[in-house]
Every structure is written in structure tokens, then in C-alpha cells.
Design a protein around this ligand. Sequence first.
Ligand SMILES: Cc1cc2nc3c(=O)[nH]c(=O)nc-3n(C[C@H](O)[C@H](O)[C@H](O)COP(=O)(O)OP(=O)(O)OC[C@H]3O[C@@H](n4cnc5c(N)ncnc54)[C@H](O)[C@@H]3O)c2cc1C
Length: 504
Amino acid sequence: MQYDVIVIGAGAAGAVVAARVSEDSSRSVLLLEAGPYYPTTEQMPADLLDGNDNSYFAHDWNYEAATNVAGRMVHLPAGRVVGGSSAVNTAIALRGVPEDYDEWAAFGNDEWSWEKVLPYFRRLENDLDFDGDFHGRGGPIPIRRYPEDELVPVQRAFVRAMRELGYAETADNNDPHSTGLGLHAMNKQGRQRMSVAICYLEPVRHRLNLTIRGGCLTRRIIVDGGRATGVEVESGSTTQIVEGERIVLAAGAIGSPAILMRSGIGPEAHLRELDIDVVQNLPGVGENLDDHPMLAAVFEPKDGVLNDGDPVVQVTYRYSSPDGTERNDMQLMPVSQVRTRSGTLLYAIGSVIYRQKSIGRLTLRSADPHVHPHVEQRFLEHEDDVRRLVDGVRLALEVGSHEAFAHINDGIRTPPAAAIPDDEALAGWCKAVASSGFHPSCTAKMATADDPMGVVDQHLRVRGFDNLFVADASVMPKCPRANIHLTTVMIGERAGEWLREGVV
Ligand SMILES: Cc1cc2nc3c(=O)[nH]c(=O)nc-3n(C[C@H](O)[C@H](O)[C@H](O)COP(=O)(O)OP(=O)(O)OC[C@H]3O[C@@H](n4cnc5c(N)ncnc54)[C@H](O)[C@@H]3O)c2cc1C
């Protein structure tokens, strides 16, 4: 069996690539996904539809990441299902700021300047609240903001506290100039998460030139004579090879570098350690792991004020750290409810670094595709990150102690009381417990040929190949200052168009 385009991974980017390429009915497209495929909204299990909370376990890879505390591993969630992490996420639909994409261009990727990416951000959305030069109407993903009268108690108290404390406000977080307190733009319809599976794949599932296959684990890409010729796939109890003219890796920032390395494309010495035949020495594969480290001030609620099932997030405060030079490098976000392992409901104010200076990496533990890679987050290795997170936690405590929370707040659960008055102790606590904002990215970055750590060129071709591409969160050279789902969909839009139009 030979396809024009094989896309590996049906997540935020892969689903979009497959939907856009297959608009040309003369191109045969195979979309391969390790997780299950539920073709229609009616067939989807409740966890994939409930946009009020994340789905952490039912459709998950169970990846783990090493923390700063020796030996302590934490769960790093990632969706394993057609829809990928787009199908399990919080549905925050935020764009980066123009400076993020202009920085990608300044690295030599001039196709990715703000001016070049804006039309694709507009194309992917149907913004139900805002119109004009910066917003799209009629695109696949509906986006709206909760009206204030729909805010749940924790979110409402946060807005009131921030206003009374005099913090800046914005009407639209997705306006390129925005900063401050704003209602989150979200890809939800009512309670339903509007994933790429629903918005991009469900409407086109009858196309005869598009084959969508769940339950297909990609082991590796087959390379012959300097070209990617096919994909080795586990389907049911068999291992098969399927051939493609062009192959697009869209298995996410953990999955894509792992597949590249298993295919012999990666850091030579590391591949040799694992007895993998080296096809192309690319030292940047798996390096440059970026994310948005976060932690939360957690509060005990008064009896009966929290409702399990309320939307976990509705508003955010985007701000620039006081002595920082980068706009919107931080966010403060109220979390309506957090359930502890013992089942107690708490609430939180999360503090998140959106421009970290520390960088992680991932390596393979084994050439076996069933063994997950070793992920090292390395959060807060840089002192500037520590300082900003300490300040962020102090801000969370200040806001959370405001009178607007008096009817909800029954005390602080974390940080530990002893750490609060002491900057050094608070920094130690931050280093110990900072966790992923669930935005792993940048592990196969796009770069110009003179950057030894580059993995793909700006048209997303893997270095040394003309028919193998990566299109997902891995290719970002630096994580944007926003939750990265929309940016990843934008990457899928661009790659899909380039492949459909024969640009690549
Ligand atoms: C719990 C959670 C909450 C989040 N909340 C938000 C949010 O509110 N807003 C936001 O902007 N971002 C959020 N994110 C992040 C966002 O969803 C991801 O960054 C984005 O989906 C990444 O897109 P991707 O295409 O790179 O990877 P994914 O969407 O993860 O897609 C990768 C796909 O490849 C498949 N795959 C991987 N390996 C293989 C293999 N070997 N063979 C076959 N298939 C494979 C996976 O199963 C998956 O379907 C959240 C993420 C998580 C996990």
C-alpha cells in the first residue's frame, strides 16, 4: 500500500495536516494514531467531551518526567487518542504575542514572523466574540469567552480581588497588544471541549482519499537511499510497513523525537549506545525541551462553596515580571477546584512562567517503542526562573488573601507556612515542586543550516531529507508566551497547506 502523504500522530497538528492535505482529492492521505479512534462526537467517551476538566488518565501515554528532586518522577500527561492532547486538554485558546513569532523569524525562520502566521491563526478559528483584523470568523474551531455572569465562585472572587487591587485589565487576551486580567478565550461549546478531532476530522471523515486509523503504533520510519520510504507500524498483533511519498511526523514533543531516534535520526553517540543504526547524525533531536513551569498556592475552601464539575479555569492575569524585559512572561490563573488523592476538594491560584530560561531534554532508554523516553524537565535551574516563580507565588498569596475570597477561603494548604516569610525557603519549595504546565515543546526545533542543534528547516523538512517532515509542537524554536494548543494547530495549518499546494 502506497500513500501520497502519511501523517504519524492525530493530535493538534497531525489531525489538521491530514484534514488540510486531503482537501485535494487527488492526494491519498493516511493518518496513523496509536490511541483509539472515535469518529463522531456521539461515539466519544465523556472524558473527551467534558471541557470543564482535563482528562488525565483514560486516554493518556503515562509519560513520566524527572524532577529536580533526585529520583522523583512525575506524570507528564499527553493525549493518546485521535485528537491527541487537543482531546484531553483544558481548552484554553490563547495565542502567543507577536514578539514570539518574530523571534522565530529572527532565528532565521522568516516564514514564521507574526505577519506570516496571523492569517493562519485567523483561519483556524471562529471567534464568537471578536471580529476585525486580528480575528477569524468561519474557521473550524469555535472560540468564546465566558461572560462574567457565568464565572464560578473562585474565578469571580479572583476578578474582584484583582480589580480592587488595581491590576490592569484587557477585554481580549488574543488581541496582539493585550496584557492584564482577562476572560480566557476557550475552544468550548457550552461544556464540550472542541478538539481537533471534532473540529477538523469529524466533518471530513467520509473523504475517500483520507484514511484515519487508530490503534496503530509507529515503531520507526524506514529510510532507504537517503529517502524516507515508509513507516513500520504495529497494528493489532502484527507489525507492517506502509509506504508513503511524503511522511509527516506529528507525534508531539515527546513522541516525534523518540520516533526520529528509533529511526536512526538523532545524536550519533546516543544512538550507538542503544545499538541503533545511525542514518543521520542530528545532535538537536530531543534537546531544547521547553515548557511553562508552574506551581500553585493551594487554599482550603469553606464548606460547600466549591462544586466539583465547575469549569477549572475561566480567567487569567497575563503580566510582565517587574524587573523583566519581556512582555507577558508570567501568568496568574485561578483554578476553581483541585481534587486531592484522598478526594478532598481544594482550590488554587496557579503561577506560571511563560518564558523560562531553563531548558530540559529527552533521551531514549531503549530502542523498544514500548519503553518511554527519559524526560528531564530541569525546571528552575536558572536563577531568574526561581526569582520570578517566588514572586508569582507571593502574588498568588496576596490575591488569594484578599477580602473578595473571604467567603471561600478557609486557610492556605501550600506553600508550607514556614516557607512563606522566608524567600530562601520559598525558593527551595518552588524548586522542589515546580511542575509542567503541560506544554512540552521545541525538541526538534526549526533552524537555519548553520545552527548545529537545528532538526528541521523552516519548511519543516528534517535535515538531510526532502520528503520527511516534523509538524507539531516539537518544531517550535522557543515556546510562545501562551498555552500552545492554538500555536500547534497553526503549525498544522501551515504544513497542511504547503503539502497540499506542493510548496514542499
Ligand atoms: C492535560 C493537558 C492540558 C492542556 N491544556 C491546554 C490548554 O488548555 N490550552 C493549550 O493551549 N494547550 C493545552 N495543552 C497543551 C496542548 O494540548 C498540546 O501542546 C498540543 O496538543 C500539542 O500538539 P501536538 O500535535 O504537538 O501533540 P499532541 O496533540 O499530543 O498529538 C500527538 C499525537 O501523536 C500520537 N502519537 C504519539 N506517538 C505515537 C506513535 N509512536 N505512533 C502513533 N501515534 C503516536 C499521540 O497519541 C497523539 O495523538 C494541554 C495538554 C495537556 C496534556
